[in-house]
Design a protein around this ligand. Structure first.
Ligand SMILES: Nc1ncnc2c1ncn2[C@@H]1O[C@H](COP(=O)(O)OP(=O)(O)O)[C@@H](O)[C@H]1O
Ligand SMILES: C=C(OP(=O)(O)O)C(=O)O
Ligand SMILES: [Ca+2]
Ligand SMILES: [Mn+2]
Length: 645
């Protein structure tokens, strides 16, 4: 009988003695005596993330590690109980004896002090895991996670496949009562501190009830002087990978010295809020507490909620430092000319800022300071519906290993994504690190913008494909924030729906729109930037009759803006809106430049134009009471820059 090792495998010596072919005999043998040892050889000890390999710690690192664990324990601590769970780093499935337990007694003053059962359990921290590790976590533990044939991680966001602006609440307290924009038109739905704490406790208890939580420590804003440290505590590898891609990724050195975050998100999205909690109107609540520097997410797993939630925070923090936060894409030409692309969702910020001939600074969230522009994020979040390699090659190629693909449909066997399939949602998305775009500008900063492009997807088909704007027209349209999308996928609905969203981002602004508008006007004036309105929507009739303007034409228009050739073109003025429209743009059929030409029914065109002008006027009524800037001059100019009929 051949002796075996305790694990049952054939012992090495005996294999050597057995009669096997020469090749195999001379083949190198592994330097391991057991399968476990072999597996431990497979994973080379790395340098990041801090703390996932605890046996790596040198003594001097020990103290810092302990502090970091304490900081995370404090993040997870319940405020009403003396003790939270014991916190340990690493995956519970591969827990090593050497992994240490930190039990941090809670230090803040609390209403009731009691030990809870959660104090007796472990919560494992999966701290700044790498994409590969997060893939494994997602595939092993999260239903609906798959590797698609392009290498991206396909995930499902659950019942919610878009943001829930009606469930976004902000704590109204002494600090925010006067600072923030409240009331009609404002995105800030109020809640009180107590209800926030109820939801916070709910989220923290939920997270602490789990075996493991994901913690991301990352940065926002590429401007080193105004960088914000954020911590995201979440329950899903999908959320952790999403934020890994979307926020700025710290280097190992930066992570070592991370310290205490400036802002923390508790994402307990799988767990609902309690409808009996005051202010709650559904099972979803996204709660922002500026004083506590915390956000709590309950009842939605849509990852975009975290990204846009932090954007709201920046819309509060940055203006305080005299920095303008912008819901815009941003790119830069070879000569350093920077363009901003403002627009509501679906108008083309991501698509048009991702331009093979220009450097990408960012696709969605920026700051404009005294020194120039900086991206807030470290990644892009592109729509994937009907994505094609031909039309959007850079986005197509960015969908690869590391990218999160949300809610897409793929073929069961080959895992090939069908970008035309809307079975889960029309809002399918890809989140990838910005360096996945070959001509990304790293670090993502640039000089002062030369062109400010306002994008509107006008489903009425009456806005010209491009108009040159005066400064007051730019401000009028910036404050209006117009787009019109088709009503939806429901049959029979032919009428486009106009949306007005102040500063092209009413869902994210925290102060009154006129405050951002005044800053934009001042910056554009100081730096001599030109404003443009580009209609990426319908031409030749409203939705149902006309067609969406070809992306290739829009790109030609944008090229002409960047090159400066459009600035010096020949212009004529339109009636009602008073837009300056060019008579020619290279590569674009001249007849489409004036929308009136493209409508066969001229009467219908005029009626639709007047209808839209009326909607603009009505929307602007809310703003007529506010002064913009130092004196009333700008305010008067802006009011006069709207449609006249
Ligand atoms: N003429 C056009 N200009 C810009 N985008 C267009 C145009 N025609 C179709 N599209 C499509 O519209 C969508 C624009 O969305 P996106 O760039 O993600 O907008 P945003 O980033 O502003 O939310 C993309 O799916 C793009 O392919
Ligand atoms: C993520 C979003 O951005 P956008 O649609 O502008 O790309 C969003 O609005 O939820
Ligand atoms: Ca957006
Ligand atoms: Mn976008």
């Amino acid at each position: 009988m051949i002796p075996t090792t305790p694990s049952g495998s054939v012992a090495m010596e005996n294999v050597k003695q057995s009669n096997i072919c020469e090749n195999e005999r001379s083949a190198p043998t592994v330097k391991a005596n057991t399968i476990d040892e072999l597996h431990s050889l497979q994973r080379k000890k790395g340098v990041t993330p801090t703390g996932s390999q605890l046996d790596l710690f040198t003594l001097s690192d020990d103290q810092r590690q302990k502090q970091q664990l304490q900081s995370i324990s404090a993040s997870l601590a319940s405020l009403t109980r003396e003790t939270g769970p014991k916190v340990v780093k690493g995956d519970p499935a591969t827990r090593l004896e050497t992994q240490r337990v930190t039990h941090v007694p809670h230090q803040r003053v609390t209403p009731t002090i009691a030990v809870s059962d959660s104090a007796l359990k472990f919560t494992h921290l999966l701290y700044n895991l790498s994409p590969a590790e997060l893939y494994e976590q997602a595939i092993k533990y999260e239903k609906g996670s798959f590797i698609s044939s392009n290498g991206a991680l396909a995930t499902l966001s659950g019942a919610k496949t878009g943001r829930c602006p009606r469930d976004k609440r902000v704590v109204k307290d002494a600090l925010t009562e006067n600072d923030l924009w409240w009331g009609k038109g404002s995105p800030n739905i109020e809640m009180d501190e107590h209800s926030f704490m109820v939801n916070r406790e709910r989220a923290v208890d939920y997270l602490n009830s789990l075996d493991k939580v994901f913690v991301n420590d990352q940065f926002l804003n590429w401007d080193p002087e105004n960088r914000i440290k954020v911590r995201i505590v979440s329950a899903r590898a999908y959320h952790s990978l999403f934020m890994h891609n979307m926020c700025i990724r710290p280097t190992p050195k930066e992570l070592e010295n991370f310290g205490t975050p400036d802002f923390t998100i508790y994402n307990a999205g799988q767990f609902p809020c309690n409808r009996y909690t005051h202010y709650m109107t559904s099972s979803t609540s996204i709660d922002l507490n500026l004083a506590r520097k915390e956000m709590v997410i309950l009842g939605t797993q849509y990852a975009g909620e975290m990204k846009k939630g932090l954007f709201s925070v920046m819309h509060y923090l940055m203006p305080k430092r005299k920095i303008l936060s912008l819901h815009s894409g941003c790119n830069m030409g070879k000569d350093g000319d920077v363009a901003l692309f403002f627009g509501l969702s679906g108008t083309g910020k991501t698509t048009l800022s991702t331009d093979h001939n220009r450097y990408l600074i960012g696709d969605d969230e920026h700051c404009w300071s005294e020194t120039g522009v900086s991206n807030i994020e470290g990644g892009c979040y592109a729509k994937c519906i009907d994505l094609s390699r031909e039309r959007e090659p850079d986005i197509w190629n960015a969908i690869k290993f590391g990218t999160v693909l949300e809610n897409v449909v793929f073929d069961e066997h080959f895992r090939e994504v069908d970008y035309a399939d809307k079975s889960v949602t029309e809002n399918t998305r890809a989140a990838y690190p910005i360096e996945y775009i070959p001509n990304a500008k790293l670090p993502c900063v640039g000089p002062h913008p030369k062109n400010v492009i306002l994008l509107a997807c006008d489903a009425f088909g009456v806005l010209p494909p491009v108009s040159k704007l005066s400064l007051s027209q730019t401000m009028y349209h910036f404050i209006s924030g117009y787009t019109a999308l088709v009503a939806g996928t429901e049959e029979g609905i032919k009428e486009p729906q106009a949306t007005f969203s102040a500063c092209f981002g009413a869902a994210f602004i925290m102060l009154h729109p006129t405050q951002y508008a005044a800053m934009l006007a001042e910056k554009m004036q100081n730096h001599g930037a030109t404003g443009w309105l580009v209609n990426t929507g319908w031409s030749g009739g409203s939705y149902g009759c006309g067609n969406r303007i070809k992306l290739s034409y829009t790109r030609k228009i944008i090229d002409a803006i960047h090159s400066g050739s459009l600035l010096n073109a020949e212009y004529k003025k339109t009636e009602i809106f008073g837009f300056e429209i060019p008579t020619e743009v290279e590569g674009v059929p001249s007849e489409i430049l004036d929308p009136e030409n493209t409508w066969s029914d001229k009467k219908a065109y005029k009626e639709t134009l007047l209808k839209l002008a009326g909607l603009f006027k009505k929307n602007f009524e809310t703003f007529t009471d506010y002064q913009i800037g130092e004196d009333s001059k700008l305010t008067e100019d802006i009011l006069a820059a709207g449609p006249i009929f």
